[in-house]
Write a protein of this length. Structure first.
Length: 163
């Protein structure tokens, strides 16, 4: 499903951050940025190089919500389900995207690793509700139809760029 983990990349990231235990969060962030998730295979190398237990690394990786141990899509769609967005019908947006992309509550990432769809408690843009982000770009006053059109435009752009 994913690329094999290259320990040389993990080593480069550790070296870039000074190989210091204090940089563990930065190291994990950069590894996740590179692979779009935190591959557990990298934990042994981090543990060995930084003299931190694998359990401690796992604890950090699972404590912080921004870290993921599962591969994520190239495009991460976050649907706000805070109070303002929920009242303004964010759930039908989620349901439409899940239907369009053949996802469920348990399966959040498409098989081709192009999209991940997840809900978040708040995106901090209540006045623009309902709100979604695609790779941190904010889309306001979203409807199920506009969300579906956005996904279709991304798919078209991706297929055009492959040609």
């Amino acid at each position: 499903m994913c690329d094999k983990i290259e320990m040389t990349i993990v080593d480069e990231i550790i070296d870039k951050n000074g190989g210091d235990q204090a940089a563990i969060i930065s190291i994990l962030q950069e590894i996740q940025e590179h692979y779009r998730y935190l591959p557990e295979e990298a934990f042994s190398r981090i543990s060995e190089r930084l003299k931190i237990s694998r359990a401690r690394i796992f604890s950090l990786a699972t404590f912080y919500e921004n870290f993921s141990l599962e591969p994520k899509g190239k495009f991460v769609i976050k649907i706000c389900d805070g109070t303002a967005c929920h009242v303004r019908k964010s759930i039908p947006i989620l349901e439409r995207l899940q239907q369009d992309l053949k996802l469920t509550g348990d399966k959040q990432t498409t098989d081709d690793l192009l999209f991940t769809v997840e809900t978040v408690s708040c995106l901090g843009a209540c006045g623009l509700a309902p709100v979604i982000t695609v790779n941190e770009k904010v889309y306001a006053a979203v409807t199920p139809d506009s969300a579906s059109e956005l996904v279709e435009s991304i798919i078209k752009e991706e297929s055009d760029s492959v040609k």
